[in-house]
Each structure stands twice: as structure tokens, then as C-alpha cells.
Write a protein of this length. Structure first.
Length: 389
């Protein structure tokens, strides 16, 4: 029976020949997944790596990236979510129950704390802050209600690097799960599972994307049972990611180690140069001796991210500090990091952590991109001159 052209354009007989091979993985876009017959549809398990059921639960494209991120983190299982913050939320929602408590480092990524203050509190889950630089303080903070301890290395604004191994040991000895925000270490400088951590999340928005144009997060585990818990919540919340975004991260991943190393080198050169500037009271960069937790960084890490903070002299006014940031021409003013463009953000220290009495001055966080170091140095020099003479 002759069919209408509109039907033929949907049900077309052409099948590409098998065997196509290229360096980049193929990109599969699907909400609907087709089954050969009803029996196959009924038999297929959405959890399995072999059987696809619906685009939300995985396509060959999302699974490729999940496998690569699991390798990057040194874990075994990974799920992708639409942002780094969604990865934090997924871990919280999968593991915390009413009446339970989550412990957050006092320098935690701010929105993670806001989630605890709002949604988690509303569902009967409490949170408390602990000093990440003192494993004994974590030991004291853990109670029978504690269900999860978050770790961050370093704090993403005040840059203290904790003794992760000691913190993970304290939690493990008390039977409490640990989750690390490894956005800074990115699986390159720091591998959480080697330090006894149970769950490693990362904002793929930063180094794995590298373009400043994609939002995505990952939750990686080494333990199959823990992965199952997280995967179930991931499915019920509908946290799947779009193939176009996954494609972009898959394209960037092969250059990530090169970008990370280049941004590390550039950031260290600029951090050392800034340390000697009269406008700067202190540089907070974990790889620099004298930075809070430098000795822990040296024991845990091989590299550092291109992100650090400077404390400008306390004698400057806030208006001078703002002028300095406004006067920068190559550094964009904006959140996030790890893209090609360098960025600067002034932060109010009082908003960052409750126990920052040791940090004095005006904090400006710098994310170093891929511009030439000489040009960035010249830009910082001219901005200092413009702001403070
Ligand atoms: C340390 C850290 N964790 C998590 C996130 C959240 O990532 P996203 O912006 O993809 O939600 C960020 C974002 O800036 C971050 O800096």
C-alpha cells in the first residue's frame, strides 16, 4: 500500500551501515527509546547498563560520560544531573531522612547551606556547621542523628584545605557516610576515594566543560549499594541531562588535563606575584606555603586548580576594592570558574564563614582562564593603579 510522504519521512527504511568509527563518541538524542517487541519492553530493567528504557534514565551518550567521569574520579558508578548544585541536592535527598542531621563545613559552598536551611529543614532534617580544619571538632559534632558529612577541599572562597583523610576517618569510625565536593580537585588534583570518602560529586560546569557554557553535575560512588540508592532517587526526581550538553562535555574532556595544568601554572605565577604586591595583605592559594591548610594540600594533591583569593589591605575602602575589580579589563566580573576567560568576584568575608577572625582584609576571588599570564599581570597592575594610586 502506498504511503504518504509524511509517513515515509518518519518510517524510512534506510539504516546506516554498521562499523562507523570516529575518535568522538556518537551523540544519541532520545526521550522515547524503542523496543523490538512488547516482551522486550516488559523484560527490560531501567537500572541496567545493557537495557535502555527511556531517555531520562540513560542513553549511550549519557552512559559514555558517566563511565568517563567514574574513571576520572577513581570510582565505579556515576550519575549525571543538570548542575553541580543538583548533584549536592541529589546526594542530600537520597541519603537524609526526617529526624536526621547533615554536617557541613563552615566554609561550604553557600547554596549547599541554603538548601539545608530551607528544603532540608522543611522536611525535618537539621544541619550543623563544623570547622573543617579541626578533625576533633568533627568528631565532637557527630551524634547518633548524623547521617552524612559533607567535605569540600578547599573551601571555594576562603580556600582552606582540610585534612581530608583525617575527616573521612573520623566519620567512617562512627559509621557516617562522607560526600566530597571535588569541583576544585576535578579528579585530577585530588581523588576522593583514595582518601576513604564514600561519595564524590563534581560540578562538571567547571573543568570538565571548560567553556563557561554548560551546566552539569556528577555523583560518583565506588560502592554498588550506595549507587543504587542514589540512582533510585535520581530516577524518581527526573534529574536526567540533555544530550547536547553531554556532547559538549564529552568534547572537552580530552583536553581537560592540559587546561587544568595550564591554569594551575598561570594561577601560581600570578598568586606569587600578587603576594609581593603592596596592595595585597595575603594570598589564599592552597599550593602556596603559609596558605591555610597548605600542608594538607601537599599531602593530598598533585596539582591545584586555577582558583585563588586575595585579601586586599584592610585599610582600603570597599569603594576602592570595587573600583579595582571594575577597572580590570581582561577579568570578567562573574561567578563560576574554569572557563577560558579569567574572572574576578569581590566577596564579603562576613558572609563566607562564621569563624573567619583570622582572615583580615577585603577578599577578591580570582579564577584564572587561558589568557597569557603577562597580559593578566599587566591588567591587575593597571587596575591597582587606577583604584589605589
Ligand atoms: C565548589 C562548588 N560546588 C558546586 C557548585 C555548583 O555548580 P553549578 O553552578 O553547576 O550548580 C559550584 C558553583 O560555583 C561550586 O563552586
Amino acid at each position: 500500500m502506498a504511503r504518504d510522504l509524511s509517513t515515509d519521512l518518519i518510517h524510512h527504511p534506510y539504516q546506516p551501515p554498521a562499523g562507523f568509527c570516529a575518535p568522538q563518541p556518537g551523540v544519541f538524542k532520545a526521550s522515547t527509546v524503542l523496543f523490538n517487541n512488547v516482551a522486550a519492553m516488559r523484560a527490560r530493567d531501567w537500572r541496567s547498563r545493557e537495557g535502555y528504557t527511556y531517555g531520562l534514565h540513560g542513553t549511550p551518550t549519557t552512559m559514555q560520560l558517566e563511565e568517563r567521569i567514574a574513571t576520572l574520579e577513581g570510582g565505579r558508578h556515576c550519575v549525571l544531573v543538570p548542575s553541580g548544585l543538583a548533584a549536592v541536592a541529589l546526594v542530600d535527598l537520597a541519603l537524609l531522612k526526617p529526624g536526621g542531621e547533615v554536617l557541613l563545613p563552615s566554609n561550604v559552598y553557600g547554596p549547599s547551606r541554603e538548601l539545608a536551611r530551607n528544603e532540608l529543614a522543611q522536611w525535618g532534617i537539621t544541619h550543623r556547621l563544623y570547622d573543617p580544619m579541626d578533625p576533633a571538632a568533627l568528631a565532637d559534632a557527630i551524634t547518633p542523628a548524623t547521617q552524612l558529612v559533607w567535605l569540600e577541599a578547599p573551601g571555594s572562597v576562603t580556600m582552606e584545605f582540610p585534612d581530608l583523610t583525617a575527616l573521612a576517618r573520623v566519620a567512617r569510625e562512627r559509621g557516617v557516610l562522607t560526600a566530597l565536593d571535588n569541583t576544585w580537585g576535578a579528579g585530577l588534583a585530588l581523588r576522593g576515594f583514595e582518601h576513604g570518602i564514600d561519595i564524590v560529586m563534581q560540578a562538571l560546569t567547571k573543568y570538565p566543560s571548560g567553556g563557561g557554557d554548560v551546566l552539569m553535575g556528577s555523583v560518583t560512588t565506588a560502592d554498588a549499594a550506595l549507587h543504587e540508592r542514589i540512582l533510585g532517587t535520581h530516577m524518581r526526581l527526573g534529574l536526567g541531562v540533555g544530550a547536547n550538553d553531554v556532547e559538549m562535555v564529552l568534547r572537552s574532556l580530552p583536553t581537560m588535563a592540559l587546561r587544568y595544568a595550564a591554569q594551575d601554572q598561570a594561577a601560581r605565577q600570578l598568586a606569587q606575584w600578587l603576594q609581593a604586591r603592596p596592595e595585597v595583605a595575603r594570598v589564599l592559594h592552597p599550593a602556596l606555603p603559609g596558605s591555610p591548610g597548605h600542608e594538607h594540600w601537599a599531602r593530598h594533591c598533585t596539582q591545584a586548580a586555577g582558583l585563588f583569593s586575595v585579601l586586599l589591605q584592610p585599610s582600603y575602602t570597599q569603594a576602592q576594592v570595587d573600583h579595582f575589580v571594575d577597572a580590570l579589563q581582561l577579568f570578567g566580573i562573574g561567578f563560576s570558574w574554569a572557563g577560558p576567560m579569567s574572572l574576578a568576584v569581590p566577596y564579603d568575608l562576613r558572609m563566607m564563614r562564621g569563624d573567619n577572625a583570622t582572615l583580615q582584609g577585603h577578599l577578591v576571588r580570582l579564577c584564572i582562564g587561558l589568557e597569557a599570564v603577562e597580559d593578566l599581570r599587566a591588567d591587575l597592575s593597571q587596575a591597582f593603579k587606577s583604584a589605589v594610586g
